[in-house]
Design a protein. Structure first.
Length: 252
């Protein structure tokens, strides 16, 4: 199963590599601490008794919640939207207008993601999208999310709340040195805070990061594996020079 959106730093190109590195031992809680587009959550066929999707971006969480709880209403809202530069600019300019319902806001945020360049929400992408097909897929997404708890909390709160011996945390934080590209601020101190919180994890965690000296030093006491992925915007060209090294860090 695929995600219904793209997102900055999304794990579409690495989801298979990540899932096959899930711990062999049993876990009854699965927590995506930095949920984003949820590529790993949707791709994995190994479901835990309790599954949590968390993200600190309230717009993203509102979209996920509305698809889970109000999918028909979101579909009806999207039915009348066209893929055009004019509509994109209108949604971008009026997104924070007071008085919109959560469903209206979710539908507009969905369209901003789908029609923006690189799903970065800043500029119109000029790419043809089959919006009706995408909207129909939301029903499948709703079924998957019906079994998932959706949270909108700081990563430290989420880790501490679900920290049990049989918990498995997957973490995909904003990559070090690229924080300015994300909607939510994440400082160097936050990277260090994350490392300290993970020291207290009673279960297992898998962490994906960009390959840099700071991260390698920060997690030198854990298992670090180097993997390669194509640049998201250049995947279709199969250009090996566009491959990037990333790190997978585990405590098992």
């Amino acid at each position: 199963m695929r995600s219904f959106i793209s997102w900055m730093g999304g794990k579409n190109s690495l989801k298979k590599e990540i899932v096959k590195r899930f711990p062999a031992t049993e876990f009854n809680r699965y927590i995506e601490v930095f949920g984003g587009a949820g590529w790993v959550l949707f791709h994995s066929e190994r479901h835990a008794e309790t599954e949590i999707y968390n993200d600190f971006n309230s717009d993203l969480v509102n979209l996920f919640k509305c698809v889970k709880y109000h999918c028909p209403e979101v579909e009806r809202e999207l039915k009348f939207f066209l893929n055009s530069r004019e509509l994109f600019n209108d949604f971008k300019d009026s997104y924070n207008t007071a008085g919109m319902t959560d469903i209206q806001r979710a539908a507009r945020f969905f369209m901003l993601i789908k029609t923006s360049y690189g799903s970065k929400l800043h500029s119109y992408g000029c790419v043809k999208k089959d919006i009706p097909t995408v909207v129909k897929y939301l029903e499948i997404v709703q079924e998957r999310l019906s079994k998932v708890v959706i949270e909108n909390r700081d990563f430290e709160d989420v880790i501490k709340t679900y920290n049990k011996p049989k918990s498995f945390f997957y973490l995909d934080p904003p990559y070090y040195g690229t924080e300015k590209y994300y909607q939510v601020q994440f400082s160097k101190e936050d990277h260090i805070r994350l490392r300290k919180v993970l020291e207290q994890v009673k279960g297992k965690f898998l962490l994906s990061y960009n390959d840099c000296e700071f991260i390698r030093e920060l997690y030198k006491d854990y298992n670090i594996e180097e993997v390669r992925r194509p640049h998201n915007l250049h995947t279709k060209y199969k250009d090996k020079e566009q491959e990037y090294k990333e790190l997978i860090v585990t405590n098992y």
